[in-house]
Design a protein around this ligand. Structure first.
Ligand SMILES: Nc1ncnc2c1ncn2[C@@H]1O[C@H](COP(=O)(O)OP(=O)(O)OP(=O)(O)O)[C@@H](O)[C@H]1O
Ligand SMILES: [Mg+2]
Length: 314
């Protein structure tokens, strides 16, 4: 549905995007993940047609964003990183104003606004001034503006930044609901957020797409490489002696006691240390209760992929 083809963006001398290509399918929720300055917002601004690329193309179905900006903008709802909300307007006035900017026909205006308010749960506050809203409700108002013309693509730049845990849960479930048949691209630094909301993640670092896959596959790829190199072990008794025994195993880089009567082991990468650890510990006379690979968080996936990219380059 969306095809990004070799996108390059220079801001003066600085190259923010270094030739990114990717496809986004109809109806999926995709997360752009990457550290500060990775190029996420730049990419989003180009995809929505608010910023010209230095070179490369973005297609929404058969329309190129820059060649056909009007038809593309009609189909995209965009919530920028720092939504400029007009604090002295009420939510209703703000949405009326945007309905006009978006060229929503007069007779459709009321229905669009009512639907949007319903969807975003803003009914109770529609007459309140935006300046008097909590951060979470401001964020909802920004989302409302983005979905006002019922676009089939939603592009949300850090929709959950700065929210407290409760607001975070609410906005995440709202975004998932808005998803439905819509295609959603959102950006975030919060890795669990992508895990929670998105079917797929595009990991961007310094203007380069370093990985692109389902969360499950990203984890699997990494596990295939370093499977078994982070291990948790539980023994029946004599944990301190068992710890010393673990440290004797070839391939164990370090081992230490965890918080729940367990031993955490880090092995050399590239080998599964579980079999050798089991053998040595059993032979040394300890009873093993449990041994398992430690599940990796997306945080680790990200750090690993970034580090790997750097290593591959050198
Ligand atoms: N208008 C601009 N002029 C010059 N440089 C810019 C401009 N906008 C962004 N940049 C630079 O381009 C790079 C990518 O910025 P971008 O805002 O796209 O990153 P980001 O991934 O959205 O980061 P963040 O997570 O902090 O929002 C950064 O190095 C940034 O400093
Ligand atoms: Mg950004």
């Amino acid at each position: 549905m969306i095809k990004v083809d070799n996108l390059v963006k220079f801001y003066g001398e600085h190259q923010a995007l270094k030739g990114i290509s990717c496809n986004i399918n109809k109806g999926e929720i995709v997360g752009f993940l990457g550290p500060n300055g990775a190029g996420k917002s730049t990419m989003m601004r180009i995809i929505t047609g608010y910023l010209p690329a230095t070179s490369g193309y973005v297609y929404l179905d058969n329309s190129e964003v820059y060649e056909d900006p009007i038809s593309v903008k009609k189909r995209i709802g965009y919530m920028p990183e720092n939504v400029s909300l007009y604090n002295e307007m009420s939510i209703l006035e703000y949405l009326k104003f945007f309905a006009m900017l978006k060229g929503i026909p007069k007779k459709q205006k009321k229905i669009s606004i009512d639907n949007t308010i319903e969807l975003t749960g803003l009914g109770q506050y529609k007459h309140r001034l935006i300046g008097h809203l909590s951060k979470g409700y401001k964020q909802r108002t920004g989302l409302a503006q983005a979905i006002l013309n019922d676009p089939d693509v939603l592009i949300l730049d850090e929709p959950t930044s700065g929210l407290d845990p409760n607001q975070l849960i609410e906005i995440r479930s709202l975004i998932k609901n808005l998803g439905g048949s819509r295609t959603v691209i959102l950006s975030t630094h919060i890795l669990t957020e992508v895990e929670d909301m998105c079917e797929r993640a595009l990991i961007i670092d310094k203007g380069v797409l370093i990985a692109e896959d389902t969360i499950k596959e990203l984890k699997r790829t990494m596990d295939a490489e370093i499977l078994g190199s982070n291990v948790e072990l539980k023994v029946l008794k004599n944990i301190d002696n068992a710890l010393m025994a673990v440290r004797e195993v070839t391939g164990v880089k370090q081992a230490y006691k965890g918080n729940s009567d367990n031993i955490l082991i880090e092995g050399e990468s590239g080998i599964d240390i579980r079999p050798v650890v089991v053998k040595h510990i059993v032979n040394s006379g300890f009873d093993i209760l449990e041994i398992k690979s430690i599940e990796r968080s997306l945080e680790e996936v990200f750090i690993h992929l970034t580090a790997k990219k750097k290593k591959d380059k050198n």
